[in-house]
Design a protein around this ligand. Structure first.
Ligand SMILES: Cc1cc2nc3c(=O)[nH]c(=O)nc-3n(C[C@H](O)[C@H](O)[C@H](O)COP(=O)(O)OP(=O)(O)OC[C@H]3O[C@@H](n4cnc5c(N)ncnc54)[C@H](O)[C@@H]3O)c2cc1C
Length: 279
């Protein structure tokens, strides 16, 4: 198995680095290409690998070689599960954490070489003239300074009593409440993982996810709607002062001592009324 290792230092721009790195991958004609994952590499190398028809894995922390087989290790689920896996695809670009690069090169028996031309200065650099924050009706749904966290769960996408899902109504109700209350928007993992929700709820992303693998926001109060109150979600609520939830299910997780008040009610109806009261 042919293994090469590259170091890539200095500044680069994505547009110039992608074709340059892709040429380097092809030119190396290697089975395995080890690269130290600094920010420049992490930005451009995945696209370069795609362009060069190579497989790529980032954040690799260990490597073991056995003949033509290479096995790498990588943490998953926010450093909770250490995975070990191999690939048959070649070339295979293995991006390691920079601090582990030297040790992994030694293990693989290769000496790293600076990527030719990588240090060539970028001809154009982007300069930032300022930042314009999105307004309340825009994309800034995460507001750490708000006194209230409003969490939307996957129930907003589920079939309701009439047998149909009401995604547009749900989106309008949620954004209507956010605009009127100034609340910060949180979400459950189930909701942000749903492709249909991504289309209808374009105002939320994985950044809104609260929980074990999401964020741990700090707000004086929290209101959870259409979210079951599973432990991996609720653990993200540990710094929320007063917790309330609206759920159709009287036996949902919030009822098991996780909320101060649980309203067993239809969140569509409750939030519609709340929005009316807020004017
Ligand atoms: C290792 C691990 C880590 C995880 N990390 C996270 C994490 O960080 N964050 C996270 O959120 N999850 C996490 N999860 C997933 C978590 O366990 C749950 O699957 C997820 O939180 C469930 O999301 P949900 O409550 O929105 O959806 P569901 O479980 O589908 O619940 C939907 C709820 O909506 C209610 N509902 C439906 N319609 C209405 C209505 N009209 N009015 C009121 N209520 C209604 C239903 O009664 C139901 O309780 C993790 C899981 C694992 C295994």
């Amino acid at each position: 198995m042919k293994i090469v290792a590259f170091t890539i230092e200095g500044n680069g721009t994505y547009a110039l680095d992608v074709p340059r790195f892709a040429e380097a991958i092809k030119g190396a004609a290697a089975d395995l290409i080890l690269v130290a994952g600094n920010s420049r590499v992490k930005r451009a190398m995945p696209a370069a690998a795609l362009r060069a028809g190579a497989a790529i894995d980032t954040n690799v922390v260990d490597i073991a070689l056995d003949g033509d087989k290479a096995t790498v290790q990588r943490w998953a689920y926010r450093q909770r599960i250490l995975t070990a896996f191999t690939r048959t695809a070649r070339p295979w670009v293995v991006v390691t954490d920079p601090s582990l690069f030297a040790a992994l090169c030694e293990k693989a028996g290769v000496a790293p070489a600076a990527l030719p031309d990588a240090a060539a200065a970028a001809t154009t650099r982007t300069t930032c003239n300022g930042v314009v924050a999105a307004g309340n009706g825009g994309a800034s749904t995460i507001k750490p300074d708000s006194p209230l966290l409003f969490v939307a769960g996957a129930g907003w996408t589920k079939k309701q009593a009439d047998g149909a899902a009401h995604l547009d109504e749900a989106a309008a109700t949620i954004t209507g409440f956010l605009a009127k209350s100034g609340a910060s928007l949180g979400s459950s993992k189930s909701l942000v993982d749903m492709p249909e929700a991504a289309r209808a709820f374009s105002f939320m992303s994985h950044m809104n996810q609260v929980g074990q693998t999401g964020s741990t926001p700090r707000h004086a109060k929290g209101l959870s709607t259409c979210c079951h109150g599973e432990e991996p979600h609720v653990v993200g609520w540990r710094f929320i002062g007063e917790r309330r939830a609206v759920n159709l299910d009287a036996n949902c997780g919030w009822a098991q001592g996780k909320a101060d008040v649980l309203y067993v009610a239809d969140a569509f109806a409750v939030m519609k009324k709340v929005n009316e009261l807020l004017g």
